[in-house]
Write a protein that binds this ligand. Structure first.
Ligand SMILES: NC(=O)c1ccc[n+]([C@@H]2O[C@H](COP(=O)([O-])OP(=O)(O)OC[C@H]3O[C@@H](n4cnc5c(N)ncnc54)[C@H](O)[C@@H]3O)[C@@H](O)[C@H]2O)c1
Ligand SMILES: [Zn+2]
Length: 363
């Protein structure tokens, strides 16, 4: 993808527009008759207010007079309490059913904002403008929105599609490095579950050289979108996107319970992918050489997550709440080789513990 190119990815009801000049198109759409008379609201967090709103307002004129609603940064904002504040704020600021919400931020803002838009006055329209790598390649695309309930991730939510998603990689210039790495974990996942060629490209890229990421960002969005299009409500194939997440979400939830700094989503997913690759190997789906290739690459990039034995059991407890479980059994998506995957694999708790021990030995 050269910098000038604009790429359109079509979904059944909206477009995902990718490119460093895509916001000019949003400016035109918002100036057109469909949105001319409506009130616009921008949802952002403290960081995207500071780093992203000026860039957006510079490119999209109507953003300059929109009402801005800010939430604290971080996963803690995906909560019922924040939702109550947001529903009230929208009401007090005069939002009605024709109003439009613009979600400007990372996955927290797009998940939360999509949920708020889907529930306020039974639903208002919204756009996603993802500003973190994770939200650009994953969270803003695919229609899943929601919030957490305590340490249970994404426990409450709905499928809700925006009117459009505008993905401008220029936003990434101000994104901290650890957040870049967090998003990179989802790109690794996309490669591992369905594209050996993309896996080779992922292994070679210098991901801190931001412009060289453009082509990979586009590839990841295409992969995510193609999988979602084939199974929008996660009845079957879409579950492959959960690779690394059954254990990853539990570890992320566990880190939210402690007093220390919680793990970033992608950091937890990176650990989850190593563990679930181990389980794939134990199932005879992935060779030992492939397991080592994956573990070496991921562990060479991400910081070590330390869990004691007690926490291993808490991981199991948290996994019992996983929405994918069936009849009380863990139901994982696993790799059947690098670049291929299978869904609905029943995994016992003992093997999850074994995989956590494997991770401990490797780091
Ligand atoms: N809906 C889905 O399909 C889906 C998929 C994957 C992840 N998610 C969700 O996404 C969330 C994680 O998303 P995230 O990693 O983007 O977290 P995030 O929204 O918390 O963003 C990460 C941090 O980067 C900051 N930030 C964002 N853009 C910035 C920019 N351009 N410059 C400077 N700072 C910036 C944010 O303020 C925040 O502090 C999780 O809640 C996860 O469950 C959802
Ligand atoms: Zn994820």
């Amino acid at each position: 993808m050269s910098n000038l190119d604009i790429h359109r990815i079509k979904t059944p009801d909206h477009e995902v527009i990718v490119g460093r000049y895509c916001l000019a198109e949003l400016a035109e759409i918002l100036a057109g008759s469909t949105y001319a008379e409506v009130k616009l609201f921008i949802l952002c967090d403290e960081n995207t207010l500071e780093h992203c709103l000026p860039l957006l307002a510079g490119k999209v004129e109507r953003m300059r007079n929109a009402e801005v609603i800010e939430v604290p940064p971080g996963e803690e904002s995906k909560s019922v309490e924040i939702c109550t504040r947001l529903w009230s704020a929208l009401g007090e600021l005069g939002a009605d059913r024709s109003s439009v919400l613009i979600n400007l931020g990372g996955g927290v803002v797009t998940d939360l904002g999509g949920f708020i838009a889907g529930t306020f006055k039974r639903g208002i329209r919204f756009f996603n403008i993802p500003t973190s790598l994770l939200a650009q390649v994953d969270a803003s695309v695919g229609g899943k929105t929601g919030i957490d309930l305590g340490s249970l991730k994404n426990e409450v939510g709905l499928f809700n599609n925006p009117d459009g998603v505008y993905i401008d990689p220029s936003f990434l210039n101000t994104l901290p490095r650890n957040e870049l790495l967090s998003g990179f974990a989802e790109m690794i996942k996309h490669a591992l579950i369905c594209s050996p060629g993309y896996w080779r490209a992922i292994k070679e890229v210098d991901f801190f050289e931001l412009e060289s990421l453009d082509a990979l960002i586009l590839r990841s969005i295409e992969i995510k979108n193609e999988i979602v299009a084939s199974d929008p409500y996660e009845q079957g194939r879409r579950k492959i996107l959960n690779f690394g997440h059954s254990i990853g979400h539990a570890v992320e939830g566990l880190s939210l319970e402690g007093d220390g700094k919680s793990l970033l989503h992608g950091e937890a997913v990176a650990m989850g992918m190593v563990c679930e690759a181990f389980i794939s190997h134990k199932f005879g789906l992935l060779s030992e050489a492939e397991l080592n290739e994956i573990a070496d690459f991921i562990l060479g990039i991400y910081k070590r997550v330390k869990l004691d034995r007690l926490s291993h059991h808490r991981v199991i407890e948290l996994m019992r709440h996983d929405k994918k479980n069936r009849n009380g059994k863990f139901n994982l998506s696993l790799l059947s080789g690098i670049g291929d995957s299978v869904v609905d694999q029943e995994v016992k708790a003992d093997l999850v513990i074994e995989s956590l021990n494997f991770y401990d030995r490797r780091v």
